[in-house]
Design a protein around this ligand. Structure first.
Ligand code: NAD
Length: 353
């Protein structure tokens, strides 16, 4: 066995149907008394429910969360937290909402309890991000790992299939890149392979029967493990491309991951044959890239960049931006090869090995 290094992140997880009811106990345990509840406008009802559960421990709510954590949103939420004398935040929602909780921890020191309602997995990572003037900055900092994460699968029952499918494949991507990494780590791989097995079997069931609590529970657990793999593991060309397309061309986050994943897996397959084989085995298919492409179709997700508003005229520029800085990745990253990959993904062609 190879030598390796592993640093655990300070995760505290409460997982189970109905777990949201434990919020008051969680705040008491943290020594917090006045929570600012964070949500998107679309999830105002979820925020109101959290406020009701918190009772006197709720200072108020901020339901103006935006994608990619704009600095203006951080500033407004910070002002609101100060006005209400909040001493912590409770975020309820997807990666965008968790992201605001992380930013407020970093910039205002507010303890953060995360209640994820998608499969983005951000709550398990030490990665934070914010956007300023159209540029997205991301970095790792252990302080942004939420003080406690409450996973309540009942909250995901209303997540519509068209969001659930790509969101679940976004989670899969975090696991897959860590199994197909040059410096793969045995503990991270353990979590990642289990995440792949669980997500591959639960996502089709979630999309077929959105109210299936058993499938929802499995998918949320798979997302938790995938986020753990990303948090304690690595990234490479796949995340570089998603970051470039989302940050500079405003493509939707989970859909971009879903479209690119089969292509980035095919790109690296020859460089990491054993990892790629293990991903295929966990998916229960002969070929990992083809299997991921088929899974995306099975869950009804888009498989072409041209279908998510990305213009063909931007392909060259995207390849240039993505390769402007060195990118640690199993296979060498060249502008020409990346341009080919993006071209195939734009058309929605099956991945080429
Ligand atoms: P999102 O948070 O933007 O949510 C998408 C939409 O779904 C929102 O309108 C939200 O309100 C709605 N929604 C969420 N849960 C719902 C539910 N249960 N029922 C109905 N509607 C619901 O999307 P996302 O894909 O979860 O997160 C994407 C963002 O997270 C990106 O900005 C990405 O960069 C970030 N992210 C960060 C990390 C990290 O480690 N830092 C990891 C993954 C994603």
């Amino acid at each position: 066995m190879r030598a390796f290094e592993f640093t655990a992140l300070p995760w505290n997880i409460i997982f189970g149907a109905g777990a949201l009811a434990r919020l008051p106990e969680v705040l008491d345990r943290l020594g917090c008394a006045r929570a600012l509840v964070l949500a998107t406008a679309r999830q105002r009802e979820d925020a109101a429910r959290v406020v009701a559960i918190l009772g006197r421990r709720a200072a108020g709510s901020f339901t103006d969360v935006a994608m990619h954590v704009p600095v203006e949103t951080i500033a407004r939420a910070r002002t609101e937290a100060a006005r209400l004398a909040a001493d912590c935040t409770v975020s309820i929602g997807g990666g965008s909402t968790t992201g605001l909780g992380k930013a407020l921890k970093l910039e205002a020191g507010l303890a953060h309890v995360a209640v994820p309602t998608t499969y983005a997995g951000s709550e398990m990572t030490n990665i934070w991000g914010k956007t300023e003037g159209g540029h997205k900055l991301t970095a790792r900092d252990v302080r942004v790992v939420p003080a406690v994460t409450i996973y309540d699968p009942e909250l995901t029952l209303g997540l519509p299939p068209h969001i659930a499918g790509p969101s679940g494949i976004n989670a899969l991507a975090q696991a897959v890149v860590n199994v197909c990494a040059r410096d793969d780590n045995p503990i991270v791989t353990l979590m990642a392979l289990e995440a792949i097995r669980i997500l591959a079997r639960s996502l089709p069931a979630v999309v077929r029967s959105p109210r299936d609590l058993a499938a929802r529970t499995e998918a949320l657990y798979g997302a938790c493990l995938a986020g753990a793999a990303l948090g304690s593991g690595t990234t490479g060309l796949h995340h570089r491309l998603c970051h470039t397309l989302g940050g500079s061309f405003d493509t939707p986050h989970a859909e971009t991951h879903t479209i690119l994943l089969p292509h980035t897996v095919a790109y690296n397959a020859a460089a990491v044959p054993e990892g790629t084989r293990r991903v295929a085995a966990a998916l229960g298919v002969a070929d990992a890239a083809a299997g991921l492409f088929a899974l995306a179709r099975q869950v009804g997700a888009k498989t072409a960049l041209r279908d998510v508003g990305f213009a063909a005229a931007d392909l060259d520029r995207a390849a240039e931006l993505a390769t402007a800085q060195p990118c640690p990745n199993p296979a060498p990253v060249t502008r020409a090869a990346v341009r080919d990959l993006l071209g195939a993904a734009w058309e929605g062609r099956p991945p080429r090995l």
